[in-house]
Design a binder for this molecule. Structure first.
Ligand code: NDP
Ligand code: HSE
Length: 434
């Protein structure tokens, strides 16, 4: 039983710095809610001068070696907000071994090494809490573990990367370039240290991998995810999608099917009438479909210092309450469900948007239509568009009804080989989210 919980912070950047400040600012309320005083007594980061300025004379030990956190017997909890795989993983494993609880925002580490980390924590009887690793300030982990725990989860779909949503919305609203919007997201502290993780979809895939394991009881398996980012999206497709009544969003999707669990991240056309289509800027939203509750949507800031600190501190409150009451941690993932496997991507079912550059001559539409018929793909609509300025020929935009990824990929390969087709086919998925 404790009345003071000593915390060590590994990382004092966007998230670590904001966590320190919110803990200080809200100390009275936090003590009232948890029954303990939460105190940051050690900080580890590289740039000591910057950190010292931020600490502003506070009585906190500062160093640059993460071992100092593990070796300090007075620390109850280590908060890992350095990011990256190493030395973050070594720190987390060493902290667990030393019997310390861990709070982390590091989705890359958990999506890749989560099974090893969580089983070490269970064996040692400590908690590894990770609310901040998915969707910034949105309490989606707690919602799945607690509020929705009665349900058999059917699917989860979300806008779970703030940087890419910020880029897509800002480009559309202001006409600014992709690079300018990314630079702004970096300046605002939204992007990963390596922003390719944001724009190529890996960050969203890390997050949906974690949600999928929680929802369906599988081991954490990042390797099962199909990943496409937003870097190759073209303005013309965003415009055509809007003409058709859709907005393009980078979605993370995981779904239970009779043949296994789907796990994928890609840009998708979302009908304008869905709430998800109006989630803009750095905001994230996650929709969970449970068999009993139906759909539940959580919406909030998906990145940035204080929203993420909110999630880190929620975990610190849980750990502190447990320490205050002398309780043991409850394993977060429970037993793995041995009956659930993963669905190969070729078997996933979606409807599709295709943009095809073609020669402007008789018979082209018939050729393309025949390929769809041969692959048993039903076409919902077809529009002919003027060719972009300077290009010869014309473009056709096709929306299909539901089909498998395998069938559409076969159709695309055949269409691209047609003599009348002049460019690579642009293929996007459409998600009704109903
Ligand atoms: P920052 O780059 O802003 O901060 C990282 C901090 O870790 C810095 O203080 C850095 O020190 C320190 N650090 C990094 N490597 C080492 C090392 N080897 N030894 C000692 N200190 C080290 O990152 P963020 O705060 O943005 O992100 C931290 C984590 O939180 C990441 O896992 C990220 O994915 C996650 N996250 C971030 C969100 C956001 O909106 N930014 C939202 C949700 C999760 P120094 O500055 O001195 O170099
Ligand atoms: N880089 C991440 C994002 C931070 O933009 O969503 C939050 O996890």
């Amino acid at each position: 039983m404790k009345d003071i919980v000593n915390i060590g912070l590994a990382g004092f950047g966007t998230v670590g710095g904001a966590t320190y400040e919110v803990l200080k600012r809200n100390a009275r309320d936090l003590t009232r809610r948890t029954g303990v005083a939460m105190r940051v007594t050690r900080v580890v980061c590289r740039n000591q001068q910057k950190a010292r300025a931020r600490l502003n004379g506070d009585d906190v030990q500062l160093s640059s070696d993460w071992h100092d956190l593990v070796d300090d017997p007075s620390l109850d909890v280590v908060v890992e907000v350095m990011g990256g795989i190493e030395p973050a993983k070594s720190l987390v494993m060493a902290a667990i071994k030393a019997g310390k609880h861990v709070v982390t925002a590091n989705k890359a580490m958990l999506a890749t090494y989560g099974n090893e980390i969580f089983s070490a924590a269970d064996a040692k009887g400590v908690t590894v809490a990770f609310e901040a690793s998915v969707a910034g300030g949105i309490p989606i982990i707690k919602a799945l573990r607690e509020g929705l725990s009665a349900n058999r989860i059917e699917w989860i779909a979300g806008i779970i990367n703030g940087t890419s949503n910020f880029i897509l919305s800002t480009m559309r609203d202001t006409g600014a370039s992709f690079d300018a919007c990314l630079a702004k997201a970096q300046e605002l502290g939204y992007a990963e240290a390596d922003p390719t993780f944001d724009i190529e979809g890996q960050d969203a895939a890390h997050k949906i991998t974690i949600l999928s394991a929680l929802a369906f009881g599988t081991p954490v398996n990042y390797g099962a995810a199909m990943i496409e980012g937003i870097s190759k999206l073209e303005a013309v497709d965003i415009r055509y999608a809007e003409e058709l009544g859709y907005r393009i969003k980078l979605l993370g999707i995981t779904k239970r099917t009779s043949e296994g669990v789907e796990l994928r991240v890609h840009p998708a056309l979302v009908p304008m009438r869905r709430l998800m289509a109006s989630v803009e800027g750095v905001m994230n939203a996650v929709v969970v479909k449970g068999d009993a509750v139906g759909t539940v949507m959580l919406h909030g800031r998906g990145a940035g210092g204080e929203p993420t600190a909110s999630a880190v501190i929620a975990d610190l409150c849980d750990v502190s309450r447990m320490l205050a009451n002398g309780n043991s941690p409850v394993p977060i993932f429970g037993e793995h469900d041995q009956e659930v496997g993963w669905l190969p991507i070729e078997k996933t079912v979606s409807s599709y948007y295709l943009r095809i550059g073609v020669k402007d001559e008789p018979g082209v539409l018939a050729d393309v239509s025949r390929v769809f018929a041969d692959n048993a793909i039903s076409v919902e609509s077809m529009m002919q568009k003027e060719a972009p300025v300077g290009a010869s020929g014309t473009e056709i935009v096709i929306m299909t009804h539901s089909t498998t990824e395998g069938a559409i990929r076969r159709a695309v390969r055949t269409i691209e080989a047609l003599e009348s087709v002049t460019s690579r086919v642009v293929l996007l998925r459409k998600e009704e989210l109903n």
